[in-house]
Write a protein that binds this ligand. Structure first.
Ligand code: TPP
Ligand code: SF4
Ligand code: MG
Length: 312
């Protein structure tokens, strides 16, 4: 009588489904990002935050990107995703947020896209307290186009257009966003995954203009041009050189070349959004003739939203 073979013990079970597979457009893979680039980590943090914020209905989330390596983010995420033109993610998101107030609009893009060509849109979206979340992935450079100097490149850092070192001062992004009117401002690095996820969860449940800067490794251009090693070396650098100080003076958040990176949640306040002020102004002028959108304050949030029901 032949004995039945014992069940095979598998030390490593084959992975049939990625934990994020419901949220990713796997058909778009392999992605374009280099090994040890920080962008995958930041996208993963965004997806994880959405999954771990049970109040937020994933079917009411739109992700908008501009152009750049970071700008590829929207295309890999399986929400209502829009890969727009360079610098225009914020005006696109503004139109979307105004015409679809039932959607939570998230802009996911790079420092060059949001702060350089898109800088004007950033300051005005913040000033008007547009209801949107901005995740600005700052790798200190225009990566996709070959590593040119960005308005975030630290003084003395080298880039393909400043081969002897950048002579300009970079923007202090949290200070810029806050001084223009952003009602939530935070900075993390790609190493601070839990804190970044917590921040994203917070802003998903908040109204108004939220700005999260994420310092992220670009090993292929920024690190190579500045002899900073691999993405892993940059993660070690963040580990050794970042300091969390939620109470830091916004003016003190400058990032110097190879200097300390102060992280934290610096601003979290409630202030009327563009739509609140628009409705109030129109009600004041038109009285009963004005019919505002009949929507709850947080239409994308439902107490019994079911993550299993992500529409395929
Ligand atoms: C109007 C316009 N100008 C310039 C470009 C070229 N361009 C594409 S991506 C990019 C820079 C992207 O930098 P960033 O937003 O920091 O993204 P990264 O690649 O660093 O993630 C530039 C200048 C373009 N596509 N369109
Ligand atoms: S060039 Fe830099 S930012 Fe772009 S994918 Fe490669 S490592 Fe990432
Ligand atoms: Mg960049």
């Amino acid at each position: 009588m032949s004995e039945e073979a014992p069940p095979k013990i598998m030390r490593r079970k084959p992975v049939t489904d990625h934990p994020m597979s419901d949220l990713l457009r796997i058909d778009r893979f392999p992605h374009v990002w280099c090994p040890t680039c920080g962008l995958g980590t930041v996208v993963n943090c965004l997806g994880t935050s959405i999954l771990k914020t049970p109040e937020v209905d994933p079917n009411h989330i739109a992700v908008v990107s501009g152009i750049g390596c970071a700008g590829r983010g929207a295309g890999y995420l399986r929400f209502d995703s829009f890969h727009t033109t360079h610098g225009r993610a914020l005006p696109f998101a503004t139109g979307l947020s105004l015409s679809r107030p039932d959607m939570k609009v998230i802009v996911f893009s790079g420092d060059g896209d949001i702060v350089s060509i898109g800088g004007n849109h950033l300051i005005h979206a913040a000033r008007r307290n547009m209801d949107m979340v901005v995740i600005c992935v700052n790798n200190f450079i225009y990566a996709m186009t070959g590593g040119q100097t960005a308005p975030t490149t630290p003084t003395h850092a080298r880039s393909s257009t400043s081969p002897f070192g950048n002579s300009d001062p970079p923007f202090n992004l949290p200070y810029l966003a806050a001084s223009c009117g952003a009602t939530y401002v935070a900075r993390w690095t790609a190493l601070h995954v839990r804190r970044l996820q917590k921040s994203i969860s917070e802003v998903l449940k908040k109204k108004g203009f939220s700005f999260i800067e994420v310092i992220s490794p670009c090993p292929t251009l920024y690190a190579r041009l500045n002899n900073l090693g691999t993405g892993l070396d940059l993660m070690r650098f963040y580990h050794d050189n970042s300091e969390i100080n939620n109470d830091a003076d916004l003016k003190s958040l400058d990032i110097n070349f190879k200097g300390k990176i102060i992280c934290g949640k610096f601003v979290d306040l409630d202030s009327p959004t563009y739509r609140d002020r628009y409705d109030e102004e129109n009600e004041h002028i038109l009285g009963d003739k004005f019919i505002p959108y009949d929507l709850p304050d947080f239409p994308h949030i439902s107490s019994n939203s079911d993550k299993e029901k992500i529409e395929k």
